[in-house]
Design a protein around this ligand. Sequence first.
Ligand code: GAR
Length: 201
Amino acid sequence: MLRVCVCVSGGGTNLQAIMDAIDAGKITNAEIVRVISNNKNAYALERARNKGITAKAVSPKDFDDRERFNEALLSCIDEAEPDLIVLAGFLVVLPPMMIEKYEGRIINIHPSLIPSFCGKGFYGLKVHEAALARGVRVTGATVHFVDAGTDTGPIILQKAVEVHDGDTPKTLQQRVMEQAEWQILPQAINMIANSKIEEGN
Ligand code: GAR
């Protein structure tokens, strides 16, 4: 069984998609051992608790400085003894020591077709605002391994999604989630759990 730790910051629809895929047998040989959020009020934590999964908040607000927060985050992850860390809408810059320690065992979902609309400052709705401002007709989502850069690690899966006339950032975000994110993130976890892909780097 692959021990999966999921890190979240907000609503947790991607976390829900992973939990549903495990229940439906679309992800095999994997279990979520812990969900961690930097935001105590993240609805994602409630989703986890409703499923009986250990859910912890590690908030930067509770620490004097970034270094202490980074240490607490890393020790919360270490406690879970994960084989795989999934960033499912986790809007925190990972401590370099965490990336070093778990190199090749961290994956991230990003709501665009990397290398478009990614990197520093591109997260959540901002990604879709930028895609609409550029006038692209096709966007999508990407699952990739995490390395020291921002959205620069090896790509695992991508799925394209059409932009429609009249889309707003919100309608586009919803379509990208439904048609791409909620499919490829569980798929990537299943591939890793069943050794259909080599771990990153
Ligand atoms: C998702 O769209 C995810 O791709 C995005 O945040 C959202 C979280 O939604 N992540 C990023 O932008 C990372 N750069 P969720 O909490 O409902 O899963």
